[in-house]
Design a protein around this ligand. Sequence first.
Ligand code: G3P
Length: 237
Amino acid sequence: MKFFVDSANVEDIREMAATGLIDGVTTNPTFVAKSGRPILELIGEICAAVEGPVSAEVAATSTDEMIREGLILGSVAPNVAIKLPLTWDGLKACKVLTASHGLMVNVTLCFSANQALMAAKAGATFVSPFVGRLDDLNIDGLELIHEIRAIYDNYDALQTEILCASVRTPNHVKAVALAGADVVTLPPEVFPKLVEHPLTEKGLAAFMADWEAGGQSIEAPEPAVPGIKLDRGAGKA
Ligand code: G3P
């Protein structure tokens, strides 16, 4: 599964990218508005910070305007994925931007399997089902991921990747991975929680205490003959 950062905070994105564990970024109009920065400048900086796809969302709602804005966003960097809402106009724009312009498109605000089916039909690179916002309404967001996975797996022609969004907890991450999602996009603060476990911390502390008590350290061995450096060549004679 690929991991994207769900943020437009460049510092947070840079910090996550430095781990080598990040495969892309998703932004949205709320994140961009909160940044207070011009969208083209902001997206350009994010695209330079991360090699993978960077989703940048249009603000238009009509097909022609979405295409116009999408072409502008797509011109910022080769790794821009144009984010379009899952509406009739958004799908028509998706078809044009992918088929005629060869651009990546992330169709977002997906809340049903039929919506995801139509996004794939429109040639979307990614579809973004919002798990958390369904859960907020006491609707099983994970069931949607299972449904989309099953539908896409029925047809080789449907190559759209399931990019799970509105994912807020480690349990969400495990659940979407079990459901076979291709990508999960996470707020920066969720990533460390995927790794933290009290038994790991307790076990490591015990190992270190015992090692300290043993009084030794791990150092390069002294050369048998002073000045002769050990060469651990790969099986060299
Ligand atoms: O960026 C889209 C999505 O991830 C937003 O998540 O928590 O606002 O529903 P959330």
